[in-house]
Write a protein that binds this ligand. Structure first.
Ligand code: TMP
Length: 206
């Protein structure tokens, strides 16, 4: 059976994930590869509707468990309607955040365990994992500069500082635990250089 590649970008906010998704998609398209650029929460009609529930309103709109379930439900729809069909026809899917964001944000900071999040993922999305995940890291000063430049943050990004602080460490921990899947990219570097680094992390399939 033909199967494309499933590639995800992870990291905190303001690390340039969406810019890189589009740059990498353009580079792959130029090589004749069909690419699908997508994002979470969202990426399908139902998941975009759930995204609105998650992104709007006050910081305490959802408790940790409801929030984790909503992310898992959005992901299930996205996987079933967008990601699996694309992979099945041989396309490469580039996704801005995936289950590792739930592991970092809901599992690491929201009181649920990593095993809980992976169980929700098994039920919702039959445990689909990326072939490669890039963790984009930036220094704290650079992250603040970029967040201000893009005009502040949303409901998820307005969580307390200690919640934000646990994230970076949690992402690194996940990356180090599964080195075959993850690549850590220094995203303080200029945009073009970051794109080159990501493409070289895909070179084995090109
Ligand atoms: P973004 O559009 O800037 O990536 O924002 C998405 C926000 O949602 C970001 O604060 C991270 C958060 N998020 C989770 O908490 N869990 C998840 O599973 C995903 C995909 C995103």
């Amino acid at each position: 059976m033909m199967r494309g590649r499933f590639i995800t970008l992870e990291g905190g906010e303001g690390v340039g994930k969406s810019t890189q998704i589009h740059a990498v998609a353009a580079a792959l398209t130029a090589q004749g590869i069909e690419t699908v650029a997508t994002r979470e929460p969202g990426g399908s009609k139902g998941a975009e509707a759930i995204r609105t529930l998650l992104m709007e309103g006050s910081d305490d709109r959802w408790d940790a468990r409801s929030e984790a379930l909503l992310f898992a439900a959005a992901r299930a729809d996205h996987v079933a309607r967008t990601i699996r069909p694309a992979l099945a026809r041989g396309a490469w899917v580039l996704c801005d955040r995936f289950v590792d964001s739930s592991r970092a944000y809901q599992g690491g900071g929201g009181g649920l365990t990593d095993a809980d999040i992976l169980t929700l993922h098994r039920v919702g999305s039959e445990g689909l994992l990326p072939d490669r995940t890039f963790l984009l890291t930036v220094s704290p000063a650079e992250a603040v500069r970029r967040l201000i430049a893009r005009g502040g943050s949303d409901r998820m990004g307005s969580k307390p500082a200690d919640y934000q602080a646990r994230l970076g460490a949690r992402f690194i921990e996940m990356a180090e635990a599964e080195p075959g899947r993850w690549r850590i990219i220094d995203a303080d570097a200029p945009t073009e250089q970051v794109t080159v680094a990501i493409l070289s992390g895909l070179a084995e399939w090109l």
